[in-house]
Design a protein around this ligand. Structure first.
Ligand code: B12
Ligand code: SF4
Length: 470
C-alpha cells in the first residue's frame, strides 16, 4: 500500500481577526505528528510512505493535485487543527475530485475533539483518535489484506445508517521512547528553519508529549497526559540530526524545563558526548537555576522562549499559569546576565482586560529586558476553561467552534473576549505594543550589536517584516 501523509496548506488559518495572513516570518517547522506516524509505518512495514508538506513547499491547489496524481496513493493521512478547517476542506475536495477510491484518514487535535463532525467532511473514511502510530499501522496492514478495520482501537467511522461508530478510547502511548526517532529524510529537511536560528536550517525536536499544566486558555490538557522521552533518546535524535548537517536545534515542547534537573541532564549528556550545537527551547520562567543556565550556555544554549502571558500575579493566577512576576523578572535577569537571549509570549483580551491593564502590560513587556516579544489576542479555543466560562457568562454569544466544526466557512470569525474592549481596540493595542517594543532605541541598538551570522540577519529582517505586517 502507498500512504501519502499531507500537511494541510495554510491559505486560510483562522486567527483572532479572522483569516490570518500567511506569515513567513516565524520560520518553517516540520509536522511532527505526521512525521512520527510516517516513520513508524516505514520502519515497521513494507508499505510505501511519502510525506508532503504543502506549507514548506508553498504549494497551491494545482501543485497539490499534481502531487496526488503523481504519487497515486491508496491512503491519504492528514493531521487536523481546528483553525485549519477551511484548508482541510479544500484539500479533501481535491482528493475526492481526483479519485474517490483513495482511503482518507484523519487524526490530530481537532478530530479528537470533533470526531462526529470530522467524519462528515467530504470523502473522509476514518478518524483515528489519540496517538496513532500503532493503530494506523494496524489499519494500513488490514486494508492491504482487504480485512475489516472496524475493530482497531481508537478508530471512528460512519456505519450504513450514517451513525458514528467509535471503537475504544483514544490511543495513548505510555512509553514514548518506544517510538522510532523521526526520520527527517522523509521531507526536504534542509528547508526547515526558525526565526531564532543562526545557522540557516534548524532541527525541531519534541522531547515530551502532553502537558501537566492547566492553563485556562489551552486545550492541551484535553489531549493527553504528560510524558517525557529519556535524555538518552533525545540526545540520540540530536546526533542523528547532526549527521544530516544540522547545527541549530529548537526543543519545541511547550516546556522543556519541566524540572531544572531535566535541563541539567540534557546539558551533561551533550558535554559527555562532546556534542557542539547551538540550541533554543520553549520553557517556563520557573525551574531554571543560575547554575543550570550557566551550564546550558556552555553547551550552546542561545535562546529561551518563555510563555509569560501577563505581568501581574492576579492575571497569572486567573490564567492558572502557576508562575509569578518575581520568577519572571528573576529568570530574565539571569538569562541577560549569562547573555542567553530570551523571548516572551504574551496575550491580551483575557477576562477582565481593560485599556489600563493593557497599558500596564505594555510597559511590563518593554521593561523586562527581553530580546523578543510575541503579543497576540487570546482566542478562546474549544474545550478550554476560558471558552466554557465565556459561554456560561454570555460574553461568548454562541458555541462558535461547534458551528465552525460543522460548517467550516471562509468568512468565519472567532469571538474574542470583548467584555470591556472591542476586537478593533484589541487589534490596535497589539500593534501598539509590537511597535513600542521593537522600535525602542535601546532595542534596535542591542539587536544590531548582537547579530551573529548572515542567517541571523536574514531572520531579523524577516521578523521585522512580520512585525510590520509585510
Ligand atoms: C508544537 C506545536 C505547534 C508547532 C508544530 C505543529 C506541527 N504541525 O507539528 C507549530 C508552531 C507550527 C504549531 C502551529 C499551530 N498550532 Co500548535 N501546537 C503545538 C503543541 C505545543 C505540540 C504539538 C505536537 O508536536 N505534538 C506532538 C505530536 C507527535 O502530536 P500530534 O501532532 O498531535 O500527532 C499525534 C496525534 O494527534 C495523532 N495524529 C495526528 N494526525 C494524525 C493523522 C492520522 C491519519 C492518524 C492516524 C493519527 C494522527 O497521532 C500523532 C502521533 O501520535 C500543541 C500543544 C500540546 N502541548 O500538545 C499545540 C496545538 C496542537 N496547536 C494548536 C494550534 C491551534 C495551532 C495553529 C492552528 C495555530 C495558528 N492559529 O496558527 C497552528 C497550525 C499550523 C499547522 N498547520 O501546523 C492547538 C490545537 C487546538 C485544536 N483544537 O486544533 C494546540 C493543541 C495548542 C492549543 N492552543 O490548545 N503548533
Ligand atoms: S499553555 Fe503550555 S503550559 Fe499551559 S497547559 Fe497549554 S501546553 Fe501546558
Amino acid at each position: 500500500m502507498k500512504v501519502l501523509f499531507i500537511n494541510i496548506p495554510k491559505y486560510n488559518v483562522i486567527d483572532a481577526n479572522g483569516i490570518e495572513k500567511t506569515s513567513k516570518s516565524i520560520g518553517y517547522y516540520p509536522p511532527l505528528g505526521l512525521l512520527s506516524l510516517a516513520t513508524y509505518l516505514k520502519d515497521n512495514s513494507e508499505h510505501e510512505v511519502v510525506v508532503f508538506d504543502t506549507i514548506l513547499e508553498d504549494s497551491n491547489p494545482e501543485d497539490i493535485k499534481q502531487k496526488i496524481v503523481e504519487e497515486k496513493p491508496d491512503i491519504v493521512a492528514i493531521t487536523v487543527y481546528t483553525p485549519c478547517l477551511v484548508d482541510l476542506i479544500t484539500l479533501l475536495k481535491i482528493i475526492e475530485s481526483l479519485d474517490k477510491n483513495i482511503t482518507v484518514c484523519l487524526g490530530g487535535p481537532h478530530t479528537d475533539l470533533y470526531t462526529k463532525e470530522s467524519l462528515n467532511y467530504p470523502g473522509v473514511d476514518y478518524v483515528i483518535r489519540g496517538e496513532g502510530e500503532y493503530a494506523f499501522k494496524e489499519i494500513v496492514d488490514k486494508l492491504s489484506k482487504n480485512e475489516k478495520v472496524d475493530g482497531v482501537n481508537g478508530i471512528s467511522f460512519l456505519n450504513e445508517k450514517k451513525e458514528v461508530v467509535s471503537v475504544g478510547l483514544p490511543n495513548f502511548i505510555e512509553n514514548i521512547d518506544e517510538l522510532p526517532i523521526i526520520d527527517m529524510t522523509l521531507v526536504p529537511f534542509k528547508k526547515y528553519n526558525s526565526i531564532l536560528g543562526t545557522e540557516g536550517m534548524t532541527a525541531t525536536i519534541a522531547t515530551s508529549r502532553g502537558c501537566p499544566f492547566r492553563c485556562t486558555f489551552c486545550s492541551a490538557k484535553k489531549l493527553g497526559k504528560y510524558r517525557m522521552r529519556s535524555i538518552d533518546n533525545v540526545v540520540r535524535e540530536v546526533e542523528k540530526c547532526i549527521a544530516l548537517g544540522y547545527k541549530d536545534f529548537f526543543l519545541f515542547d511547550d516546556l522543556f524545563n519541566i524540572t531544572d534537573e531535566r535541563v541539567r541532564s540534557f546539558c551533561e549528556e551533550l558535554l559527555k558526548r562532546e556534542i557542539k550545537i547551538k540550541w533554543h527551547f520553549r520553557g517556563r520562567v520557573n525551574n531554571l537555576s543560575f547554575k543550570t543556565l550557566r551550564l546550558a550556555k556552555e553547551t550552546g544554549l542561545q535562546t529561551i522562549m518563555f510563555g509569560i502571558e501577563r505581568g501581574t500575579d492576579e492575571d497569572l493566577r486567573l490564567l492558572k499559569k502557576d508562575i509569578n512576576v518575581e520568577q519572571i523578572k528573576e529568570t530574565i535577569r539571569i538569562t541577560n546576565k549569562l547573555k542567553i537571549k530570551s523571548g516572551g509570549n504574551f496575550m491580551i483580551g483575557i477576562p477582565g482586560d481593560t485599556k489600563e491593564k493593557i497599558e500596564q502590560l505594555s510597559k511590563f513587556i518593554c521593561d523586562l529586558g527581553l530580546d523578543y516579544a510575541q503579543v497576540g489576542i487570546l482566542i478562546p479555543y474549544p474545550y478550554t476553561d476560558i471558552y466554557k466560562e465565556g459561554l456560561e457568562k454570555g460574553i461568548i454569544k454562541t458555541d462558535f467552534w461547534q458551528r465552525f466544526a460543522e460548517n467550516p466557512s471562509k468568512d468565519f470569525m472567532p469571538e474574542v473576549w470583548t467584555e470591556n474592549l472591542t476586537r478593533e481596540e484589541l487589534s490596535e493595542a497589539v500593534r501598539k505594543i509590537w511597535r513600542k517594543f521593537y522600535f525602542r532605541p535601546g532595542y534596535v541598538l542591542k539587536s544590531v550589536l548582537s547579530v551573529r551570522s548572515m542567517a541571523d540577519i536574514k531572520n531579523k529582517v524577516r521578523g521585522l517584516l512580520g512585525v510590520l505586517g509585510m
